[in-house]
Design a protein around this ligand. Sequence first.
Ligand SMILES: NC(=O)c1ccc[n+]([C@@H]2O[C@H](COP(=O)([O-])OP(=O)(O)OC[C@H]3O[C@@H](n4cnc5c(N)ncnc54)[C@H](O)[C@@H]3O)[C@@H](O)[C@H]2O)c1
Length: 342
Amino acid sequence: MSSLTQVVALARQRPMPLAGIMHERIGGYGLADIEFVAAFDVDAGKVGLDLSKAVFQSPIAATAHVSVDPVGVAVEAGPLLDGLSGPLSGIVTPHPDSAELDPDVVRSRLAETGAEVLICLLPTGSTEAVQMYARAAALAGVSFVNATPEPVAHDDELVALFEQCGVPLLGDDLRSHLGATTLHTALLDLLHSRGLRVVNTYQLNVGGNTDFLNLADPGRSASKQRSKRRALSAAGIDASTVAAGPNGFVPHLKDTKICFLRIEADSVLDTPLSLEIRMEVEDSPNAAGVLANAVRVAAAARTEGMTGVLDDACAFLFKSPRRPATEAAGLHDFQAFVAALR
Ligand SMILES: NC(=O)c1ccc[n+]([C@@H]2O[C@H](COP(=O)([O-])OP(=O)(O)OC[C@H]3O[C@@H](n4cnc5c(N)ncnc54)[C@H](O)[C@@H]3O)[C@@H](O)[C@H]2O)c1
């Protein structure tokens, strides 16, 4: 969230093109048009602060690259549910109101503030809380972007609710702009396009932000592992036993994420080919490039009256879309979807 607010602030300070931003406008919306009207958290240190301050409040690992002007929106307490049921409970003190809040508070605040899109960036493993925010968005008529790997686009009841309420849904599990999953699946596509047979592969990821702290708990990271395997399966390999996931919390790395990737394949005459890559990125800005696309797609689709899962946009934007695609097909469908928006 911190990086998205910084991207919007930068777009107001500096004209396009901005590095890593694919589309100046989506459905008529520029980045500078994104306005924040409400924000929910459970962290006692963030609730009550203006969003522009909360996004830099500890414990947050995103680096401040751009200053963010006050937005006039105070972070409100949201219902806690299972939001911090893991290692984060050791570093985040929940706001006292969050334990008792009725989920209907979220629906009514979304309706009162005139929100058009709700972006869900809860910790992985918070199934109950994520699905509660999804329900609230659908009932309030607000598009939902599920950045987490918890099932929303993969939950039949929730999908039906978004269809009944006439609201667009995007998910699950936001891709990074150029992250480990995209690099991995693009390389698999490349090898397959030359007829090579992939025999072994892995994708190990370490980092030092709160996401990696939370994912260090196997009970919290199961959905992330499933999501990454789904993405690799969409690239045409049997990923059921592939090691691909969060593999360690290394505090001094802070928001730096390092991916170690290896592919072994058989080439002509069964000769072996192997490759190893180490990719290092700043994790939060890498997510903001995709969020900048997703939030504008979600707003434009709502204006155009689209409902339910936006399959043509989701394969490019998410690791675990309902209808998976190869890199090339996902990009093609996304570009066509954006071009068709008014
Ligand atoms: N590169 C990325 O940052 C990236 C990419 C893809 C997907 N994701 C996914 O997005 C999600 C968020 O990642 P992050 O790095 O922003 O995490 P984070 O740890 O920085 O932020 C999570 C926030 O959720 C708050 N929270 C916990 N329970 C809550 C509740 N019930 N209601 C409201 N707020 C609550 C926490 O207090 C915290 O501020 C994770 O599921 C992650 O896997 C992140």
